[in-house]
Ligand binder design. Structure first.
Ligand SMILES: C[S@@+](CC[C@H](N)C(=O)[O-])C[C@H]1O[C@@H](n2cnc3c(N)ncnc32)[C@H](O)[C@@H]1O
Length: 260
């Protein structure tokens, strides 16, 4: 996924995405409390949406934000207001290198990262490793992105099936979080599901997101479909959404679990 990580326009895409109310971080974190003095790490921080939401509550938390992409860290520093930026310790690193000390954070939080990975379970194990005993793992991720789409064009639907079969990334990670949390032996697990049904302005905004995603991930699709089918797939997928003649919906899952 290096082309996504290194893409300069990816930061702009993330910022625009977070403005769509269906992607509201505030709603995702509703009911989840953070306390003064907690040591928190935001993994795969991107442009800092999760860190900013935590700091919005005016808490005195000890907040670290890491991302594997140096470009993304720089963009987060450029985009965040100075006050937030000064409150966050940024580090550019791959969590799966396991270089952070074990048992060191009260809260590990990560949003929209696992579906980008070929080995999400390994990432969850690395996340648990840095949690203190008693600490909380909070994962926010989607389920059905790209694939929960229907239109009557059989060629397009067949293309979607080919993509699903060939893709190594897990676009259905959301529904698996509870089971994965159990597998890695977290306790007091609580999972909330938030439906995302794209209509009117939210649909227009998501169509623009797909335009960006397709452009950033073009090579990835060409590997799966070849060049001609990729071009046709992109143009038809967008066309039916623009005509409001295709259905598009996913779910977001917010999973909280505790390390014993
Ligand atoms: C879709 S973005 C989400 C950004 C942000 N959390 C948000 O919700 O807007 C995924 C981020 O995860 C980062 N990432 C992917 N693999 C990572 C890893 N192994 N360690 C740290 N960051 C990683 C990427 O560089 C990217 O910025």
């Amino acid at each position: 996924m290096n082309y996504v990580l290194e893409s300069v326009v990816e930061a702009e895409r993330l910022e625009t995405q977070n403005k769509n109310e269906l992607y509201s971080v505030e709603e995702e974190l509703k009911g989840i409390e953070f306390s003064n003095g907690e040591k928190i790490i935001d993994i795969g921080c991107g442009t800092g949406a999760v860190s900013a939401e935590i700091l919005k509550k005016n808490l005195q938390v000890d907040l670290t934000a890491i991302d594997i992409s140096e470009i993304r860290i720089q963009q987060a520093k450029n985009l965040l207001p100075t006050y937030y930026k000064d409150m966050i310790k940024f580090q550019c690193l791959d969590l799966m290198d396991d270089t952070l000390p074990e048992n060191s954070f009260d809260v590990v939080i990560s949003r929209f990262v696992l579906h980008h990975l070929e080995e999400p379970l390994q990432m969850l194990i690395s996340m648990k490793r840095v949690l203190k005993p008693g600490g909380r793992l909070i994962i926010i991720d989607s389920d059905g992105i790209l694939h929960n789409y229907f239109c009557t064009d059989q060629w397009l639907m067949d293309c979607l099936s080919r993509i699903k079969e060939g893709m190594k990334l897990d676009m259905y990670i959301g529904r698996k979080l509870k089971s994965y949390y159990n597998y890695i032996e977290l306790e007091n697990i609580d999972v909330k599901m938030i439906p995302m049904h794209f209509k009117n302005e939210s649909l227009t905004a998501e169509v623009n997101q797909y335009r960006e995603r397709f452009s950033i991930m073009r090579d990835f699709f060409i590997d799966l479909l070849g060049q001609t089918d990729t071009d046709n797939f992109f143009s038809l997928y967008l066309k039916y959404l623009e005509k409001d003649s295709a259905e598009l919906f996913y779910n977001k899952f917010v999973a909280v679990g505790h390390k014993i």
